[in-house]
Write a protein of this length. Structure first.
Length: 470
């Protein structure tokens, strides 16, 4: 991750000092440096000591602007971030202007690829899944095309969680494996935040807890407060998926303990509301919902409004709760975040079962189970299976798929070969030799029972779907 080599506030302080020295010389470079300082402060987050995003915003606001020049994308991003530290609702239209400009002309970031990452962070803070998806994709493609090895880990790290939220867990796993290869080739320590979120949404309890414990320590040592927040959020998702709500609540409270933090704080509130309701702490859930609603009503995206409706339904009863679940299904059905949509079907199904409406509950739970198992969200799938059994349904276990026998690296190489890349091209992408690629492909062919690249498309696409019957 960017700025990870600096402890605590060092990067922020250095960049602030640089911006102030540049101010009499180059106003455009000054504003770009303030934007980089803001990003460094976002990384330090809760571990900042005396200088955080508010202090950077104050300095940037006081700096002179370039007269009469059309603002760059960087100018628009800086204005949006500065305003977010003061008033969320006022920042929304500023942020949207920056995102529209960046999406309309992503090549404008060729000279400064970090604008795409910063735009992706802004999109996530504004609950704009379409912009986050597009900008993270542009960032990754440009980082690969330009051969910017220093930028590639950042692009991979920001793309991975977005794919997870969108239900594209197989592709996210490929990027996690690619990120490991890039970090090894560059000789830099990995900050595995994408891998953390992927593991949590997959419901991999042992691997998740081990990775969380290690990463919290490493992030704290580097002064990366955002890493601590992501670890706690991932812990909360993992435990909510497994139905371990007390542990989920404790982690979620830590994830969103600092309201000044961006993005991870929003995600933490989602997990806090669900786990607090399940453990009878409706006071905590109601307080988090109030904070979440303020942002949702300001940005009014389908992602935000869907999460708000789902969360409100959890805190409601009777017809009001049911309307909330249905409203959430409508909003999230129009958004890209298919993992969150599946969770609405699960929560609505649980609510229907508790209301003794078993046939309707079975329908919602069956849909949730199909969605979770199709993308590999095994923890939530097992929670759903238990609910289905409680309705009297018979749930057929999904037959193990041949592709599940592949290691993460084999799966990645298989996908790249299927997509038409040659062995040398795959080797260059993953920083391994073409001979090593060939060796892995032979293992893939054996495991999948195929003999050529032509057969990979069908082999990788085919998998048995789960079936639930009443």
């Amino acid at each position: 991750m960017a700025f990870a080599s600096s402890r605590g506030n060092e990067a922020t302080l250095l960049l602030l000092a640089a911006a102030q020295r540049l101010q009499p010389l180059n106003l455009q470079l000054t504003r770009q440096t303030y934007l980089d300082a803001f990003s460094a402060a976002q990384f330090a987050a809760r571990l900042s000591e005396g200088v955080g995003t508010a202090e950077v915003a104050r300095a940037a606001r006081a700096a002179p602007r370039r007269p009469d020049d059309e603002p760059t994308v960087g100018d628009l991003l800086l204005d949006a971030f500065v305003t977010l530290t003061d008033d969320y609702a006022t920042a929304v239209p500023l942020g949207r202007d920056a995102l529209i400009r960046l999406r309309r002309d992503p090549s404008s970031a060729t000279e400064n690829l970090r604008w795409l990452w910063q735009g992706c962070v802004l999109a996530l803070e504004l609950w704009d899944n379409e912009s986050a998806y597009d900008l993270s994709g542009h960032h990754l493609r440009l980082a690969r095309q330009t051969g910017a090895l220093s930028e590639l880990p950042l692009a991979l790290g920001s793309r991975t969680p977005i794919l997870v939220f969108c239900g594209e867990l197989a592709e996210a796993a490929s990027l996690v494996e690619e990120s490991r290869s890039v970090h090894e080739a560059a000789g830099i320590a990995e900050a595995p935040y994408g891998a953390l979120i992927l593991t949590a949404w997959r419901g991999q309890a042992r691997e998740g807890r081990e990775l969380i414990d290690v990463t919290i320590g490493e992030a704290s040592a580097r002064g990366e407060g955002v890493g601590v927040a992501i670890c706690e959020y991932s812990h909360a998702v993992l435990c909510n998926g497994l139905g371990q709500y007390d542990e989920a609540l404790a982690a979620a409270r830590r994830a969103c303990s600092d309201p000044r933090e961006m993005v991870a704080h929003n995600w933490g509130m989602i997990e806090l509301i669900e786990s607090a309701v399940r453990t009878g702490r409706t006071d905590l859930a109601a307080e988090a919902l109030q904070r979440l609603s303020t942002k949702a009503q300001a940005c009014r995206t389908d992602w935000a409004l869907g999460i708000e409706a789902r969360s409100r339904a959890l805190l409601s009863k009777g017809d009001i709760a049911e309307r909330g679940f249905r409203e959430a299904l409508g909003h999230l059905g129009r958004a890209r975040v298919h993992g969150e949509l599946a969770r609405v079907h699960l929560l609505y199904g649980e609510w229907l079962r508790q209301a003794n409406r078993r046939d309707e509950a079975r329908r919602e739970l069956t849909r949730a189970h199909e969605m979770f198992t199709a993308v590999g969200m095994d923890g939530f799938a097992e929670r759903t299976r238990r609910e289905l059994l409680a309705t009297g349904a018979v749930v057929r276990q999904r037959t193990a798929d041949a592709t599940e026998q592949l290691t993460e690296q084999e799966a990645l190489i298989a996908r790249l070969a299927r997509d038409g890349m040659s062995n040398p091209e795959i080797g260059a992408r993953l920083f391994i030799s073409p001979r090593t690629v060939e060796w892995h492909l032979r293992k893939v062919y054996t495991k999948l029972g195929v003999s050529s690249r032509r057969q990979l498309q069908l082999a990788l696409a085919s998998r048995d779907r789960p079936v639930a019957t009443g």
